[in-house]
Design a protein around this ligand. Structure first.
Ligand SMILES: *[C@@H]1O[C@H](CO)[C@@H](O)[C@H](O)[C@H]1NC(C)=O
Length: 514
């Protein structure tokens, strides 16, 4: 029986990571996202599960409760909840997207100090050299760099492609068409947007890395006196797994050390629990609308004004609605089913679910594209407006703005996306492209992670550009030399011309004139 089970499990593993060569030996891998949000944690867990399934032993440190079911993934929750999104109402950050960054850079130094007093963290730090590889969350987790000093490590870009991080690896993205961290402009970018985008590319990284965040974190040098500057450590990363893919994003040039594994968490839909299946199938040809604002922008933080609009709008629909919401709600019509937790991918993959009303979080957006479900996007903050823009660009849905919301607008938008066949057609087209890859994103993530260990940090992956100064990278010194040479050449030439002129037309010609 046990043997049969093992064989069955091995067969399963063989299917899921089928393209990979047999495992050389299991590695010990330490994954660190001390301050990563819930959605970062979800992305990390997908990578950890893939590595665990392959047979590697993973230890993951975060500020969230354990969620991996893989026996090879051990999770440590350090318990500091200072930066948890539950503490903040994301709707309040809508007016000023930089407010959250300012807030974070204020809270950081205190959190950093507390972190290195936690016994579990100290314990892990002491054991760090027993791991074959460390993987860290690259955004705003610089306080964990003491773990990776003099170690082989790689990063995970859970929020997708970031131009600033790309530049650290030596791949400077062109602001003429690659958007910065804060805002996505409609493509192709006009003069004004290219100007603003360039400012974003320059000012944001400068602010975070040299002005506010990183300098504040640098005070961990008090605890680790031998620590080099954090930004030097950052440059020594071997590889980065990026949560994006050209099929869902913009096609941009990537280095061999930038591995795009977007939609790694996406999988074909599983059968639904009986009741849910009955509710969805029972909706008949009208179909079902699925409404969820994800984990960060929870339903309960939604201002009541907007909440009531949805309640009223759903009353006017012929369709059934599944609404992911944290609490009981009065006055909701019979065509609405509310639940705290729902198997989102299994719902999106159900043929009778025709529309996803989403906050446009990165993982949710990828799921809608992977399952070919049209979207009405209501982005709340940070990268969500960017994702909503992508949804519109792909033609798989429309994006709305909270401040312009009304019952009519909600109803009309739902009707438009459900009744106009172009959205479903586009969604299915994107779905086919997303799924058309030589190997799955999970296999890709596992292969390159092992590659870094196999080749002791894989130095051949590194771009020589990473070692250049800005002056060298932009060839400013060469341009300067070129200018001097050209100037000197002109100078010499003009002297020669003058001398020759003097010979051919001697002064006496002039004298004659006099
Ligand atoms: C830089 O990375 C290499 C290869 O992973 C590692 O051996 C080395 O110790 C690292 N250096 C520093 C200063 O962290």
């Amino acid at each position: 029986m046990k043997v049969a089970l093992t064989l069955f499990l091995v067969a399963l593993v063989g299917v899921a990571l089928g393209k990979l060569a047999p495992l050389e030996r299991p590695y010990k891998i330490l994954m660190l996202l001390p301050l990563g949000s819930m959605s970062h944690k979800n992305f990390f867990t997908s990578v950890a599960d893939a590595l665990g399934e392959r047979g590697h032993k993973v230890v993951m440190l975060s500020s969230h409760p354990a969620s991996s079911k893989n026996p090879n993934v051990a999770e440590v929750d350090h318990g500091l909840k200072d930066l948890h999104d539950d503490n903040y109402n994301m709707f309040e950050f809508r007016d000023d997207p930089t407010a959250r960054l300012l807030l974070l850079s204020d809270i950081y130094p205190a959190v950093v100090k507390k972190l290195y007093r936690i016994p579990e963290v100290i314990e892990l730090y002491k054991k760090r050299k027993t791991f074959d590889l460390v993987i860290v969350d690259l955004m705003m987790n610089e306080m964990i760099y003491p773990f990776v000093h003099e170690r082989t490590y790689m990063t995970i870009a859970a929020f997708g492609m970031d131009a600033c991080h790309s530049a650290v690896l030596g791949n400077v993205q062109n602001p003429a068409y690659v958007s910065g961290m804060l805002e996505e402009y409609p493509s192709p970018l006009g003069l004004k947007h290219r100007f603003l985008n360039l400012m974003q590319h320059i000012l944001m990284p400068f602010y975070l890395r040299h002005w506010s965040l990183v300098p504040k974190i640098q005070q961990i040098s008090d605890i680790f006196p031998d620590l080099p500057p954090l930004l030097d450590i950052e440059r020594n990363q071997s590889l980065t797994l990026i949560n994006s893919h050209f099929s869902m994003d913009v096609a941009v040039p990537l280095l061999p050390s930038q591995v795009a594994v977007g939609a790694i968490h996406c999988r074909p839909a599983n059968p639904l629990p009986k009741e849910l299946e009955a509710w969805i199938s029972g909706a008949g040809p009208e179909g079902v609308v699925y409404f969820s604002l994800g984990t960060v922008a929870r339903g309960t933080s939604m201002p009541t004004m907007y909440r009531d609009m949805f309640v009223d709008a759903f009353k006017r629909l012929k369709q059934r609605v599944i609404w992911k919401y944290d609490e009981e709600l009065e006055g909701v019509s019979d065509n609405v089913l509310m639940q705290k937790w729902l198997p989102q991918q299994d719902i999106l993959g159900h043929p009778n679910v025709r529309l996803f009303i989403s906050h446009g979080g990165l993982l949710s957006t990828q799921e809608s594209l992977y399952h070919g479900t049209p979207v009405v996007a209501l982005p709340v903050f940070v990268d969500q407006p960017k994702n909503a823009m992508a949804i519109q660009k792909h033609g798989v849905g429309i994006a709305l703005v909270w401040e312009e919301l009304s019952v009519d607008l909600i109803v009309n938008s739902i009707q438009e996306v459900m009744n106009n066949p172009k959205y479903k057609r586009n969604a299915e087209e994107v779905m086919r492209v997303v799924r058309d890859q030589p190997e799955t994103p999970r296999e890709r993530a596992v292969f390159w992670t092992e590659y870094v260990v196999r080749h002791q940090g894989a130095p051949r992956l590194r771009s020589p550009a990473a070692k250049l100064s800005w002056v060298e990278f932009l060839l400013l010194d060469v341009l300067l030399v070129l200018h001097v040479v050209v100037y000197a050449a002109f100078y010499v030439l003009s002297r020669v011309v003058r001398a020759v002129k003097g010979r051919l037309f001697p002064r006496r010609v002039k004298k004659k004139k006099d």
